[in-house]
Every structure is written in C-alpha cells, then in structure tokens.
Design a protein around this ligand. Structure first.
Ligand SMILES: C[S@@+](CC[C@H](N)C(=O)[O-])C[C@H]1O[C@@H](n2cnc3c(N)ncnc32)[C@H](O)[C@@H]1O
Length: 226
C-alpha cells in the first residue's frame, strides 16, 4: 500500500474504542478492493485502523490477532503481586504483550490498575490468583519454577543467571517489593545489577529488563517490528 493511498485514520467507535495511534485509514480502493482472508475485520477495512498494533496486524480482527499470537507465545509467564493497585501493573502487562509472554498472573487483588496497559491486555492472557499459595499451586500444576525478581540479600545477578526456558517470573510492588511469602516460594531470587545510588528501579522497568534478559537467552522467534 503506497503512502499516498492511505487516507486519514478513523476516530473511535463503539466497536473499536482502541484508537491510540496515527494508524491507517479505510482500505484503499473501497469495498471492491477489500482482501478476502478471514482475519480481516470489515469494520476496520471500512473505517481505518488506528489501534496500538504492529503493521502486520493492521485491519485484523482482535480475535485473529490473539489466535496468531497464541501460535508463537514464549514459554515464560509473568506474575505480579497486587495488594496496592500498583500503577506499574498496566505497564508490565504491556511489556508482557510486547515480549509475547504466555500469561500474566495477577496475585492478590482481582482488580488491577489498567492505566499503563494501553489496552494491550485485550491481546494478552491475564489470569488471577488469590494469593501466593494460589500461584504456587498453579505453577506446580504447570510444572514450572517461580523465579522471584528483586534485589534482596542472597539474590543472584541476572547477568549470570541461567534462565530456565519454562518459568514464571514474579515481581513485587513499588515500596514493599516482594512479600516474604513470595520470596520463600521462589526457586531462585534474581536481581538486576545496579550501579547508581537509588535502591531500585521502577517495577515495570525491572519487568521489561527481565523479559528482555529471558528472550536473549531463549527466544527462537524472529522479532516482530512495525
Ligand atoms: C521499588 S522495587 C522494591 C523494593 C526493593 N527490594 C528495595 O530494597 O527497595 C519494586 C519491585 O521492582 C522490581 N525491582 C526493582 N529494582 C530491581 C532490581 N534492581 N532487581 C530486581 N528487581 C527489581 C522488584 O520486582 C521489586 O519487588
């Protein structure tokens, strides 16, 4: 599709409230030129697509995008303790989507702060566990270790950590960090080495660094850009 043939993007609609990027306008040439593959969404072809998705998924229905992602998700999961409605959780969900995490496990309060997610949670499997005991039970059923991510005494530097391919990485909240129960449930506690004066980095920044560390070690996928 040439640049000149792409009209202005459509505004928000009830069917597609996720209008957050410049995006693309209606499919050039009108209905006569519409592609016939099932993954295309007629409403987006008609009105344009300004959702926060990579170019490959422009005009695809949300269900088709999720189904495509499901075919190549990485075998790591992300868990976050949610006792204080931490605003980092939305950003962590967004990073989990970007790095193609399998699921995100919200541990504690069911309601979580979606502000930073930029609606990426629509494309990411997000599940809930009542408490750390519930997460331990779930992880045991999955047959995967819990890897706690925090800078506490006795932790291992991430640079030297041998990431298991299948695992759940568990993050704490701003302020308290991970609970003692969470640390006790972990097969390993891993820190991101720091060099300045601050005690810690932001929890969502730590999550992005951690997922990046895992993919540099294990990802078999070709990065998706655009
Ligand atoms: C603000 S930190 C919490 C507290 C930290 N343990 C302290 O001593 O202040 C919140 C969360 O971000 C993550 N985090 C922040 N900095 C980190 C680092 N350098 N290494 C590993 N995790 C980190 C952890 O998951 C942590 O529970």
């Amino acid at each position: 599709m040439s640049e000149t043939s792409v009209p202005e993007p459509a505004g928000p609609s009830e069917a597609h409230p996720e209008r957050t990027t410049a995006g693309v306008g209606p499919w050039p040439g009108g209905r006569d030129e519409w592609p016939s593959e099932a993954h295309y969404d007629p409403e987006l072809l008609e009105h344009g697509d300004s959702r926060n998705v990579i170019d490959r998924y422009r005009y695809w229905s949300m269900e088709a995008i999720v189904a495509d992602l499901d075919e190549h998700r990485h075998p790591f999961h992300v868990a976050i303790e949610n006792w204080q409605h931490d605003m980092n959780i939305g950003s962590i969900v967004r990073s989990a989507n970007a790095f193609a995490a399998d699921t995100v496990q919200i541990v504690g309060r069911r309601r979580w702060n979606k502000r930073g997610a930029m609606v990426t949670d629509r494309y990411q499997h997000v599940e809930h566990r009542e408490d750390i005991a519930g997460l331990v039970e779930w992880a045991a059923a999955e047959g995967i270790p819990i890897i706690a991510i925090d800078n506490v005494p006795g932790c291992v530097p991430m640079e030297t950590f041998d990431w298991p391919e299948r695992c759940v990485m568990l993050f704490g909240q701003e302020g308290p960090g991970l609970s003692a129960e969470a640390i006790a449930a972990a097969a390993a506690v891993v820190e991101i080495t720091q060099y300045g004066s601050t005690r810690s980095i932001n929890a969502s920044a730590a999550a992005a660094v951690t997922m990046y560390s895992w993919v540099t070690r294990h990802s078999p996928l070709v990065p998706r850009v655009g």
